[in-house]
Ligand binder design. Structure first.
Ligand SMILES: NC(=O)c1ccc[n+]([C@@H]2O[C@H](COP(=O)([O-])OP(=O)(O)OC[C@H]3O[C@@H](n4cnc5c(N)ncnc54)[C@H](O)[C@@H]3O)[C@@H](O)[C@H]2O)c1
Length: 263
């Protein structure tokens, strides 16, 4: 897919990666970009800075009715949705001690919201014979996020669900991409680095911390090539291969890195 004349919805559109997608997709010639976020004021500010192609929407992606409503509004106003970016995501910064409410929130934002948007958007895409779903997962979904158990478990769920969608719908014209960045310089990671959080230190030691714009370069290329796995950090492919070939050796190496960074 190229972005010219496309109608796009981006959840988490007010955040680091989502806002960068909104700016870049507009620059690539999108017809309409809906910047959807829980933080309606921030979504409005992003959309206003972009100009008339961008349209803000206040949406809690964990509420299926709100997701259905933003999809229906977009289809009514612009006739279709070509690309839906399920990009909103949350971390917990903790392990098994994290309470059930935070686990539940991770599950609802990082996985169930992707189910809600697929349910809402697929009927229109299938009726028109095509469309693209871009799900922002994480390198945590193909490796592990040291220091965040719920993030790791739910991002693995997100990659699994995206793969299921791709296998199930590709022959009916639907393309699915799972975006799996490692460290990206957004408020999500910057806070952890500033606090000296071990997980953030592991991310920084495992490869480059990219800007959101660099991530979106990889997104635009991945969409154009209709690739399932979009890896802005090429080293993640090597890590995933090593993990698959030798899980015990991979984990031993990771534990060694964690011990080194913890001292
Ligand atoms: N920053 C990184 O290092 C990194 C690495 C890999 C993957 N990711 C993923 O990239 C995506 C974007 O994250 P980011 O780094 O831009 O973080 P961010 O915190 O800057 O942006 C996340 C956005 O999601 C919105 N959001 C949260 N809950 C929501 C909800 N219930 N409904 C609607 N919007 C909601 C937030 O308001 C925020 O604007 C996430 O899925 C994240 O897990 C980030």
């Amino acid at each position: 897919m190229n972005l010219t004349d496309r109608v796009v919805v981006i959840t988490g559109g007010a955040g680091g990666i989502g806002a960068a997608m909104a700016r870049r997709f507009t620059a690539e010639g999108a017809a309409a970009v809906v910047v959807a976020d829980l933080d309606g004021d921030a979504a409005r500010a992003v959309a206003e800075a972009i100009g008339p192609v961008a349209h803000p929407a206040t949406v809690d992606v964990t509420d299926e009715e709100q997701v259905r409503s933003v999809v229906a509004d977009t289809e009514r106003r612009f006739g279709r949705i070509d690309l839906f970016c399920a990009n909103a995501g949350v971390t917990t910064g903790g392990g098994i001690e994290v309470d059930d409410a935070a686990w539940d929130r991770s599950w609802r934002v990082n996985v169930l919201a992707h189910v809600y948007s697929a349910r809402a958007v697929l009927p229109g895409m299938l009726a028109r014979g095509g469309g693209h779903l871009l799900h922002t997962c994480s390198a945590a979904g193909v490796l592990t996020a040291v220091g965040d158990a719920a993030y790791t478990a739910t991002k693995h769920g997100a990659v699994g669900f995206a793969e299921w969608l791709s296998v199930t719908y590709r022959d009916r014209g639907i393309r699915v991409s799972a975006l799996c960045p490692q460290g990206v310089d957004t408020p999500m990671l910057a806070g952890g680095l500033a606090d000296g959080h071990l997980g953030a230190k592991v991310i920084a030691a495992s490869g480059a911390v990219l800007t959101p714009d660099q991530v979106v370069d990889a997104v635009v290329a991945g969409l154009a090539e209709e690739r399932f796995l979009i890896l802005p950090h090429p080293e993640v492919a090597a890590y995933a291969r090593r993990r698959a070939e030798d899980p015990d050796g991979w984990q031993a190496g990771l534990r060694k890195l964690v011990r080194r960074l913890a001292t």
